[in-house]
Design a protein around this ligand. Structure first.
Ligand code: ZN
Length: 215
């Protein structure tokens, strides 16, 4: 067994031992190390200012809406408990948790669970995972596209009715079943124009299609 000893930049830090016969291997390792360092640096940067990344913003708002994006902002560059997020945002902690779990399911955030010695309860420290979020999103774009397409078709093929009082719209079948009265408030149901919903879906699909083409 032959060992080649390669000196590091700082002698004091010790000598690096590199196995192998070829000198080029040492060079290769150096290259890989550099690439890893670069990635780590980039990851750190992304974590510190994820808000400056429009793709990430889009991912987060798509998952958890504008409020989800506000929550993600609080997590930028630090670990924060759900209680602390709620406090800083003046939001109910239950709502904050719901948003965090939605983001967690989509790999946008992760948590560290610590048992509180006094109460015996678990405290969750949340942090944002920009890189993982992008990877997961890339892998699921096609599925998302399919879901959006299905929703678009359903919107196009269905005649909707609404009471106009802010209650959810109902399909023709449901409206007929309930004698054209709103299932929520009982007011008379009238035709509902869903063209803005259709247009919004078309826009979403188009932007997603472009992203798929790019990648
Ligand atoms: Zn109603």
């Amino acid at each position: 067994m032959s060992k080649k000893i390669t000196k590091g930049k700082k002698v004091s830090k010790g000598k690096r031992i590199t196995k192998g016969k070829k000198v080029s291997k040492g060079k290769k390792i150096g290259k890989i190390k550099k690439a890893v360092e670069k990635r780590v640096k980039k990851k750190k940067e992304l974590r510190q200012k994820p808000l400056e990344d429009p793709v990430l913003k889009e991912i987060i708002t798509r998952i958890a809406g504008d409020r989800g994006y506000e929550v993600a902002k609080v997590l930028a560059g630090e670990e924060v408990t759900d209680d602390e997020v709620a406090k800083r945002m003046g939001m109910r902690v239950n709502l904050v948790r719901k948003i965090l779990y939605d983001l967690y399911e989509n790999r946008v955030v992760s948590y560290r669970r610590v048992r509180d010695e006094h109460s015996g309860w678990y405290v969750y420290y949340w942090q944002i995972e920009p890189e993982r979020a992008r990877e997961y999103f890339d892998n699921n774009k096609r599925l998302l596209m399919q879901k959006l397409q299905e929703r678009l078709e359903a919107e196009r093929d269905t005649i909707f009715f609404s009471c106009g009082n802010g209650d959810p719209k109902v399909s023709f079948e449901l409206a007929a079943e309930s004698d054209f009265k709103c299932p929520r408030c009982g007011s008379k149901l009238g035709p509902y124009d869903n063209s803005s919903v259709v247009m919004a879906l078309e826009r979403q699909i188009e932007s997603l299609r472009q992203r798929l083409v790019e990648s």
